[in-house]
Design a protein around this ligand. Structure first.
Ligand code: GAL
Length: 411
């Protein structure tokens, strides 16, 4: 069981992003505004599938799309924070299961759903470890829709063949050797990379390889020293990988980074399994062994939600086996429920279901299961500074990461 941290002061909110609304304006009395960052591609397809189940199962309630585009919620989270500050919450919003919820819970911004869990039989339907991660002071505040895996490498098979690479690299060293071979074969920037949070995903994968599952998990509960030599080594590896990536990384969201792969400009991309696409190869990040770095999208009932009955029907849809089947088939993730079989899912997803059952789970900071939003923002900022600097200051980066952890780890 985790305990909520104190609410950190809300940062300055400068970004203005217009929510993407559906063509028709639903009746304010019956609408359920669902706030996500799923505005395009498979993310939108997943949301649409869920909306289909909601519309069929919740007569008298109407879905209103409150999506704000931007991978991993980079824009949505700022818009949401501003709305919550001015007591204008949507009926429900997307938030990662785990530490990312802590501040909302501590500030009383989300309602206790423990009794609903019992009514919906949800506690038994979810893996016990996930229920434990969702439980804060004995209560549960969100309904998970999915499980995604973060530590996956996607590849362009033609470019690999052109460089004479015939099998996935088994170690970090082998990955570096592949990247060097790709460069020799004429692929200038063989590792596709995007902005801040995608850089954090790469760093986390390297840390899992260099520190192991336990050492990695310890980075977020105080058991592993961010200032230690193991982290120094991992940062050196991270810097070496960064040197193989596209120079314009800081301006790319994840779909633009994946485009480098599908356009044949880069051969490897470290990205969660929302990035699955026909024609791309995939393997677990080298050296991660059987570690399944997980994250889960979940939905909440905010305090002051205008239509709590409608929201409860949305949450019940998200919680249902039917809803999870429809949503995850389209989105590329796997159901959080353990009682949804693999029929109708892709070969990748069926493999992910087996890996999730048998692998070693570790959480993700880039996607909120390991660290709070403020902690993640601070790490992303440090990585952004490192990415743009011409002189790479590894010691400075390590100091910034260690100081951030010291600020946010509480006993
Ligand atoms: C994650 C989210 C995924 C996917 C991804 C890219 O944070 O959990 O569902 O949407 O961002 O936008």
């Amino acid at each position: 069981m985790r305990f909520p941290r104190l609410l950190a002061a809300a940062g300055a909110l400068t970004l203005l992003v217009a929510p993407a609304c559906g063509a028709e304006k639903p009746d304010p009395a019956t609408k359920v505004e669902v706030f996500t960052w799923w505005a395009d591609g498979d993310e939108k397809a997943g949301l649409d599938a869920l909306v289909g189940r909601f519309t069929a199962g919740c007569p008298g309630h109407e879905f209103e799309n409150g999506a704000v585009a931007g991978g991993a919620g980079v824009n949505a989270k700022q818009v949401l924070a501003a709305r919550i500050q001015r007591n204008d919450p949507p009926d429900t919003f997307q938030v990662h299961a785990g530490a990312e919820l802590d501040d909302y819970i501590a500030a009383g911004r989300v309602q206790d759903l423990t009794a609903d869990y019992a009514g919906w039989g949800l506690r038994q339907a979810l893996p016990p470890g996930l229920v434990e991660d969702l439980t804060v002071n004995g209560k549960i505040y969100s309904v998970p829709a999915d499980i995604h895996r973060a530590n996956v490498v996607w590849s362009n098979p033609e470019l690999l063949a052109g460089a004479g690479i015939t099998r996935p690299p088994a170690t970090l060293g082998a990955l570096m050797a592949d990247l060097a071979a790709l460069k020799r074969s004429g692929v200038e920037e063989p590792l596709a990379l995007g902005r801040d949070w995608t850089q954090l995903m790469l760093l986390e994968a390297v840390l899992i390889s260099d520190l192991g599952a336990e050492g990695f998990a310890g980075l977020f509960n105080g058991a592993t020293d961010w200032g230690g030599s193991a982290v120094t080594g991992a940062l050196e590896d991270y810097a070496a990988l960064l040197a193989y990536s596209n120079a314009d990384r800081d301006s790319r969201d994840w779909p633009d980074a994946r485009r480098l792969l599908t356009d044949g400009k880069a051969a490897y991309l470290v990205m969660g399994d929302w990035a699955a696409a026909d024609g791309l190869g995939h393997f677990t990040f080298p050296g991660n062994g059987r570690v399944f770095q997980w994250l889960a999208d979940s939905f909440v009932l905010p305090t002051g939600a205008p239509n709590p009955a409608g929201t409860r029907c949305w949450l019940r849809t998200v919680a249902s086996a039917d809803g999870q089947r429809a949503f995850n088939r389209a989105k590329g993730s796997i159901p959080a429920r353990t009682d949804v079989g693999g029929e109708g899912f892709s070969a990748y997803q069926v493999g992910a279901m087996a890996d999730w059952r048998s692998g070693t789970p570790v959480p993700s900071c880039a996607h909120g299961s390991a660290c709070t939003q403020d902690w993640q923002n601070a790490v992303n900022a440090a990585l952004g500074v490192f990415s743009t600097a011409t002189e790479k200051d590894l010691a400075g980066l390590q100091q910034a990461l260690a100081a951030t952890a010291a600020r946010y780890i509480r006993g």
